[in-house]
Design a binder for this molecule. Structure first.
Ligand code: FE2
Ligand code: FE2
Length: 246
């Protein structure tokens, strides 16, 4: 008997759970909003999805950072974050750089891609050194600008992703300029450097090798991420219950 068969194991058991995508996931894609269609299906045997979704791995009651890596993050981002942190580790980088590498694209894992450096920094800010969150935020704008002193060039991938005629937005230019003048510039620049070489699909890195570094550099709340009352707790809860109707 699997967990789904236990009445008490999953909320809303025995009914069809209706999942409405968040607006940000379908706006502009040509896919229609299914809001009206889903709501019209409400009946005694259907519910709008709330709480643990049996279609996803169950999270622990008090989840920690690596639980999100293992149970929520999409493969590409998970592999990429671990790979970039591992490169920084092998290069003998400061733990702040390793930590920033491990977290730099974290919002892409299971939350949101748009302005991912800014979202990722906000997600981790209450739990890491200010310099780490700063480096995570500014890696996004710095990715667009070369720094010959460390051998960083505009990524070939960006030509492919965005087209050769892509115009870098003003806020990205402004923030990259601000970062360049900042005392923590090199911390963020080193993130962009290790970022660049961390897209090898053949490389798999065991998350457990970062357990000690995380222990020293990430103030994991005793209540678990999502339940500590921090200003970003709701963002972690959104990843635990991404399909909640409200
Ligand atoms: Fe990034
Ligand atoms: Fe990245």
């Amino acid at each position: 008997m699997d967990a789904e068969d236990h009445d008490c194991a999953w909320p809303q058991a025995g009914r069809t759970r209706l999942v409405l995508q968040s607006p940000i996931s379908f706006l502009g894609t040509g896919l229609p909003s299914n809001e009206d269609a889903l709501l019209s299906r409400l009946a005694p045997d259907t519910v709008m999805m709330m709480g643990d979704n049996p279609a996803l791995p169950r999270m622990p009651d008090r989840p920690h950072l690596l639980d999100f890596f293992r149970l929520r993050f999409q493969d590409l981002t998970c592999r990429h974050l671990l790979q970039s942190a591992n490169l920084a580790l092998k290069a003998g980088m400061d733990e702040k750089v390793i930590m920033a590498c491990l977290l730099h694209d974290i919002s892409n894992g299971a939350l949101i891609r748009v302005d991912h450096g800014y979202w990722s920094a906000q997600l981790v800010a209450p739990y890491v050194d200010e310099e780490v969150a700063w480096a995570v935020k500014y890696h996004q704008p710095l990715r667009y600008f070369a720094d010959e002193s460390v051998g960083y060039q505009y990524p070939d991938g960006y030509h492919r992703f965005f087209g050769p005629d892509y115009v870098i937005p003003e806020y990205i230019r402004r923030d990259a300029e601000e970062a360049r003048r900042h005392r923590w510039y090199m911390t963020s620049r080193l993130v962009t450097l290790h970022d660049l070489y961390s897209f090898d699909p053949a490389v798999t890195v065991d998350p457990d090798i970062f357990t000690d570094i995380i222990g020293r550099n990430f103030r994991s709340p005793a209540e678990g991420l999502g339940f500590d009352g921090s200003p970003v707790a709701h963002m972690w809860r959104t990843m635990i219950w991404p399909n909640n109707f409200l």
